[in-house]
Design a protein around this ligand. Structure first.
Ligand SMILES: Cc1cc(-c2n[nH]c(CCNC(=O)c3cc(-c4ccc(F)cc4)cc(O)c3O)n2)ccn1
Ligand SMILES: [Mg+2]
Length: 214
């Protein structure tokens, strides 16, 4: 039977990356996506912006919406202080199964809690299920039409505190116009756009960083 693209991506990691070395896992995925098959990882260019924001925030609690194959999960988790917690939500069980193996290959399974399911169902359960009061950093990289409703849901559930950082991928391509309008016009957010490109292409894309002001 035919393998899937995520299965081939995992194969490239197991072939080319060193177990327990997150940087080599990231490099193996980027090489696979540049040389073999495009895949919707945040990629190396936007990944550097992600790394700088994670390092600046130095978060104790992180929520990632949209795991896919675990590329950005590995980038984020490799930069977290000890005892920090990264919860990542993936809707597609096949993607989740691959992501678990990619995260394990990087040796980061103890820092990551991967949950299978829809953001709208899980965001209201974060506190009771995981004992998280608020998130220091949220990386939005899931269905683009869910960025705005899920941000409002996180506000309503009290998961954001004064100074919480939202970092959103794909605000230009595929685009999240309603989310951009909201965080850029709301007095409760201070937003900044980091111009970049759609992963592994020359198409414009960017990350929007928004500070929740409480
Ligand atoms: C509802 C819910 C959903 C999830 C969830 N889990 N996994 C995802 C993945 C979502 N990501 C994307 O669709 C995405 C697409 C492109 C793209 C594609 C095709 C093009 F031509 C150009 C660009 C590029 C990207 O960078 C992306 O991130 N969502 C998890 C939980 N709850
Ligand atoms: Mg993305």
């Amino acid at each position: 039977t035919q393998s899937t693209r995520p299965q081939r991506l995992l194969g490239a990691v197991q072939k080319n990356a060193t177990r327990g070395d997150p940087r080599s896992v990231v490099q193996a995925i980027d090489q696979f996506c540049r040389q073999k098959e495009w895949a919707m990882n945040v990629g190396d260019e936007k990944g550097c912006i992600l790394d700088s924001v994670v390092s600046e925030v130095n978060p104790a609690t992180v929520l990632e919406l949209g795991t896919y194959c675990g590329y950005s999960t590995v980038r984020i988790a490799s930069l977290l202080p000890p005892h920090a917690k990264l919860i990542t939500l993936e809707f597609n069980p096949d993607f989740a199964a691959i992501a678990r193996q990619v995260i394990a290959w990087a040796g980061l399974e103890d820092k990551v809690h991967l949950v299978e399911g829809a953001s709208g169902d899980w965001i209201p359960k974060m506190t009771e299920q995981f004992g998280v009061k608020t998130f220091d950093l949220v990386f939005l990289d899931h269905w683009k039409d869910r960025y705005l409703p899920d941000t409002m849901l996180m506000e309503e559930c009290g998961l954001l505190r004064k100074g919480s950082i939202l970092l959103a991928d794909n605000v230009i391509c595929p685009g999240t116009p309603d989310y951009l309008e909201y965080v850029r016009s709301s007095p409760r957010y201070e937003s900044q756009y980091f111009k970049s490109h759609l992963e592994y292409t020359k198409v414009e894309d960017g990350l929007e960083k928004s500070v929740f002001l409480g």
